[in-house]
Ligand binder design. Structure first.
Ligand SMILES: Nc1ncnc2c1ncn2[C@@H]1O[C@H](COP(=O)(O)OP(=O)(O)OP(=O)(O)O)[C@@H](O)[C@H]1O
Length: 276
């Protein structure tokens, strides 16, 4: 296993005075090259905060962050945009629509980070944009559309295209399919699984939805109140959780009925989804 990303002793508090609370309270995370890691936990457990810190979009208070062996945590989130490693760590958010400039076509939006971070121009830029949109499974006639002219599923694909256009080595996805219908979700999960294998990207999936996490990820970290309470292979943790909080999360899990068309197992995934 080659370590790609490592964080040790991460802490992050919000609020002032007596309202100051740690959203992340001493977390260690290691991500191997090409692996799919799940970050699970209920709402407010600190998952999104960790995702943002990992992507260097939010400053942390304490802790060390290494990417490809290089300390990147000392660089503030504001200055991260100018760093050579910026293109290699990308993030996809749940609200893909809100992440696009409504005045720009989808292809112009995908081109923006390529211009800024990889200084791509001319034919090379056009090719990179079309390749990313293609890989994300978006049909050619949609490339010039504005965000409001796309469906939720198409926008999610466009958001993924924009993130992979830079060929990141680490992609952090925060609830990437939460707003989508179950059948649309399945297509996006298939796509992400394929992209991870084809592009050898490590992915960190932040979600409260254990069903999504278990089709995509091989390892899971479970968070509660800013701490990792359990960590291990998805199959083992889901089959015999060691921590009561994980047991509760699993018990609250809605079953995915076969009729809704979700895959029972994605190629290369660790676990079969049990239907009712
Ligand atoms: N910008 C902020 N300002 C103040 N408090 C914040 C901020 N961002 C997060 N928090 C607080 O930090 C804690 C963790 O939030 P976080 O969004 O990381 O949790 P989460 O597990 O991702 O939840 P959800 O799934 O609902 O997004 C919560 O108590 C939240 O209210």
């Amino acid at each position: 296993m080659t370590v790609l990303f490592q964080a040790r002793g991460l802490r992050k508090a919000f609020g002032n005075g007596e309202h100051r609370r740690y959203a992340v309270d001493g977390v260690d995370i290691t991500v191997a090259e090409g692996e799919a890691l799940a970050l699970a936990g209920e709402s407010g457990s600190g998952k999104s905060t960790i995702g943002l810190i990992m992507a260097r979009l939010l400053d942390h208070d304490e802790g060390e962050i290494l990417f490809d062996g290089q300390e990147i945590g000392k660089c503030s989130a504001r200055r991260a945009a100018q760093q050579p490693w910026r293109a290699q760590i990308q993030m996809v958010f749940q609200d893909a629509g809100g992440a696009f400039d409504p005045r720009l076509s989808i292809s112009d939006s995908v081109a923006l980070p390529l211009r800024r971070l990889s200084h791509s121009r001319g034919n090379a830029l056009t090719h990179a944009v079309e390749d990313a949109l293609d890989r994300a499974g978006l049909a050619g006639h949609l490339f010039r559309r504005k965000p409001h002219e796309l469906s939720g599923g198409q926008l999610a694909r466009a958001g993924i295209a924009r993130a992979i256009a830079l060929r990141p080595r680490l992609l952090i996805l925060d609830e990437p399919t939460a707003a989508l219908d179950v059948s649309v979700q399945a297509g996006i999960l298939h796509l992400l699984n394929e992209l991870r294998r084809d592009l050898n990207m490590a992915m960190v999936f932040v979600s409260h939805d254990l069903n999504v996490l278990r089709v995509l990820c091989s390892r899971v970290m479970v968070m509660e109140h800013g701490n990792i309470v359990e960590e291990g292979p998805v199959g083992r943790v889901f089959a015999s959780p060691a921590h009561p909080f994980t047991t509760r999360l699993l018990a609250a899990l809605p079953k995915w009925p076969r009729s809704e068309g979700l895959p029972h197992q994605l190629p290369g995934s660790a676990l079969i989804i049990h239907s009712q």
